[in-house]
Design a protein around this ligand. Structure first.
Ligand SMILES: [Zn+2]
Length: 280
């Protein structure tokens, strides 16, 4: 197998680094530009736009914009990098179906695994940014979105903070009101990585899941990562590993989640089980 250590591309760069004889790291590297949107800013993103008159129009609805202060903006940029890297980096490991990696010339092949990393570097100009996110400070709730094809997104000042989304959710045979913990930028960054909603492409309630297992997914209403979310690393790995032999071309990798996952929902309709009457 021939290894390409560095790969540059439009949406993100990547780097494959040997760590030891049995481990390599694949790091997706994003240059991100965060654009501070003020009430006087103008921009156009399809049906969402601002004309510099203090408002953002989004699909015919008008949202009032507040100003950022400098301290708040500095803190937001730091938090954005910290929150997204902490959530998406070092969460998955790719496991090969067979030995494939030769750590040294002549050494026997090892079934080396691949650790999945992600890094973000903030840049100041659109020219060398992979992704450009506009950050607004609306005075009422606004539904943020990422546009993976446009390598862009529109997020709010609260999107780096956790919030609870409460929604009717199927729990076995019953339907309960359940609250899910999610940080919006981590969900949106999933879209940037090319991931669709847990129940398929679209923004209907159904796309965010029906069952508890779907709802608590990071690409539903919650924060839970599954092996499906390792797909961006598996896809990119294909451009780092160049098969030289027929055996090389039969190597493939499976994504696994390799970090502790917390239960991050609250069932508002939970009832304690009826106590069993004591036998007399
Ligand atoms: Zn979404």
């Amino acid at each position: 197998m021939q290894l390409h250590l560095f790969k540059t591309a439009r949406k993100w760069d990547s780097c494959l680094l040997p760590i030891d004889d049995n481990t390599l790291g694949l790091i997706l590297q994003f240059r991100v530009r965060l654009v501070r949107i003020e009430p006087g800013s103008r921009f156009f993103m399809g049906s969402t736009y601002a004309l510099g008159d203090g408002f953002v129009m989004d699909e015919g609805r008008r949202f009032t914009l507040a100003s950022w202060n400098n301290r708040e903006w500095e803190a937001y940029q730091r938090e954005f990098v910290r929150v997204v890297q902490r959530h998406w980096s070092d969460k998955f490991v790719l496991i090969p179906n067979k030995p494939w990696y030769s750590p040294r010339p002549g050494a026997p092949l090892t079934a080396a695994k691949i650790n999945c990393g992600l890094s973000i570097e903030l840049v100041l100009s659109d020219g060398n940014a992979h992704q450009t996110y506009r950050i607004i400070h609306p005075t009422q709730p606004f539904r943020s979105f990422a546009d993976p094809e446009g390598r862009s997104g529109l997020f709010t000042h609260t999107d780096v903070e956790p919030e609870w989304n409460t929604s009717m959710t199927r729990m076995g045979r019953e339907t309960h009101s359940v609250s899910f913990y999610q940080i919006a930028v981590n969900h949106e960054f999933g879209h940037t990585l090319g991931l669709a909603h847990v129940n398929g492409v679209g923004n209907s309630d159904w796309n965010y899941g029906v069952t508890l297992e779907q709802r608590e997914n990071q690409l539903g209403l919650g924060s839970r990562l599954t092996s499906t979310h390792a797909r961006p690393w598996i896809n990119r790995l294909k451009s780092h590993l160049i098969p030289r032999t027929h055996a090389d071309s039969t190597v493939h990798f499976t994504g696994t989640v390799d970090s502790l996952q917390l239960i991050e929902y609250w069932d508002n309709d939970w009832q304690p089980p009826e106590p069993t009457p004591a036998r007399t």
